[in-house]
Each structure stands twice: as structure tokens, then as C-alpha cells.
Design a protein around this ligand. Sequence first.
Ligand code: UD1
Length: 348
Amino acid sequence: MRVLVTGGAGFIGSHTCLALLEKGYEIIVIDSYINSHKRSLKRVVEIFTRNNIVKHIDIEVGDIRDEKVLDKLFLRYKDLGNPIKAVIHFAGRKSVKESVLNPLLYWDINVNGSITLLRVMDKYNCRTIVFSSSATIYGVSNCLPLKENAKIKPINPYGRTKVAIEQILSDTFHSHTNKWKIANLRYFNPIGAHSSGMIGESPIGIPNNIFPYITQVAAGVLDELKIFGKDWPTSDGTCIRDYIHVMDLAEGHIATLEYLNNFEKKIVNLNLGRGLGTSVLELVDTFEKVNNVKISTNFSNRRIGDCCTLIADNCLALSCLNWSPKRDLVKMCLDGWKWQLLNPDGYQ
Ligand code: UD1
């Protein structure tokens, strides 16, 4: 089956491309490379080549807001007699901070880009989409672990664009004119890297997220990790998150595609997390122990917009999908460190 992966060169996208190829899917990636690296997809192919397996990714460098580019792409594969049957939609901006400073950019890229994509998909009768949503849409929620029907209350423009896209997808599904199959995957905190150390997270500039920050402190690139707050109402005073290995998350996408294939039409929201909470101090401690490294830390004030605890109720995903997360926190720390050691400058 031919699948289009938008934003496939990014962190989660590249790991998902690998998982798709492993399962025998034919893939095309459209990526603007504005926030990703060309090398990631080359590496994905190289992982197979090293094992004497020939795999190929068709790559289109372009922006999903460009309807002509998308139209041409869908037409090309239709004419080849091998049309695009489904889309995994990652393309979009993802920095909370940047979204606060430049909301119009976020609404334009994330929301207009998605509308354009859906319009072209509809034109070419391609009506299966797995959308890269985020647990950020729940905002600062009190009920834990979070079920999919928890209150949706995003607290920043980035989160609001994700909610808007979910709503657009819902309206499209309920339009009755077409038979759509739609899954909104709400990611918790993906970390780690592929076990080969060939692909991983390569943030441009100083990382915002904790895990690449930790690996860079361990490597001596950054001086110390600032822990945002030590007075949160948790057992050790630091925030709790539901960290999930990026390969488990990637495999969740393939399981979702397989799930959607069982239906004539379907819309579903699924939390992809492990359902386990880890505090900042526990994460740092595990990383230090399993990798035998030292992470200098210092406490600083709480970060604006942070919430205390975010844990997925993943029961729905576990029951619907032929999937469960298999890699624990130790594996996430080992794989993430291997990636950092083998690629001190990321893909640069
Ligand atoms: C963040 C985004 C979220 C996005 C997700 C993608 C914010 C507020 N939220 O989630 O919208 O979907 O990334 O992965 O940016 N921490 C430190 N020191 C640091 C960095 C982080 O102590 O230098 C702490 C944070 O307070 C938090 C935890 O580490 O408790 C995880 O932070 P982070 O990796 O940024 O993820 P989230 O904030 O959960």
C-alpha cells in the first residue's frame, strides 16, 4: 500500500518511515525541510542497506500549503496506477514558545496546511488519515490519567491549532458526503532514538524539550540542565510526564493504519503513551545510571505553561490497536545516548 507521510523527515516522522518500510509499505514523503534534515531519510534507507535490504523512499521537497504541489503528487501516483491510499500527517510547527510569538505562522502552516491537504486527498478519493495530534490539547488537566474524553483546554496557540485540526477532521468526517477513516493520535512525551543510533532527535539550536537537553548536557555541549520547579505537588517536587520510546510511537502509527482498514468509515481519538509517570529527577537519575554519565542540574523557577503531571490513560489504544509500548525508560535512555554519542552534532 502506498502511503504519503507529510513531515516525514522530522523526529517522529523519520522513525515512522522506518517502521512503515519494515512493514512493507511504499512511502512518499513531502517535507519542506524548514525544521528537519535531509539526512534523516537517507539514514533510514541506510539502516536497511546495512542489512543488505533495498528500500526506497520517494521524496518531494515542498510545503503542504502549496495545493499545486500536492495535486501533482497525488496525480503522479494515480497515473502510475499506484495511487496514494492513506496519509500520515506530521507536517507542522511544534514549538510552544514560537507559537506564542508568531501565532499567525502556526495557524497558517498547521491549520491551512491541513485544510489544503484534506482538499487534495478528497479530490483523489484518498480518505484515510492518521493525524499527529498532541496531549498538549488537554491543557492543565486535573483528572489523571487522562482519557480521550477529558476536557480539551489548550493553553497556547500551538495546542489550539492541534484542536482546530481535530475539529476540521471531525466536521469532514460528519459531512456525510464521503467515507473518511480518521485517527487523531495524541502523543505524550516521545523520547529516545532508533536502536541503531542512525536516526534520532536533532533539534535546531538549543533544545526546548528535556530529553535532547539531557543528552547534550551529558555530552558536554550544554553546561547544566535547569529543572523547572522543585515545589510541584509530586513525591520529589518535580513535574511528571509520560515518556514513550519514539519507536513505540512510530509503531503505533502502523497499528492505527491497520486498525482503520477494518472499517468502512471511522473516526477515533487515541492517546499514545505508556500510562506511566516519571518525574524529571527520576528521568535524570535513570539516564545517569544506565549510561554511567553525570548530568549537572540546577533548580530554576517553574516554566510558564507547564503543568504538574501528564499521564495517558492508554486503555483505548491498547484495546483497539494491535499495539502496546514495549520499550521501557532504560531503553529510551540507552538509545537516546547512543544517538547522541554517534552524532554529536545531530544531522549537521
Ligand atoms: C512539550 C510541549 C508540548 C509538546 C511536547 C512535544 C511545552 C509547555 N509543552 O511538552 O506542547 O507537545 O513538548 O514533545 O513546551 N523540563 C525541565 N528542564 C528543561 C526542559 C524541560 O525541567 O530544560 C521539564 C518540564 O518542566 C517538564 C518536563 O521536563 O516537566 C518535560 O518537558 P518537555 O520535554 O519540554 O515536554 P512537555 O513540556 O511535557
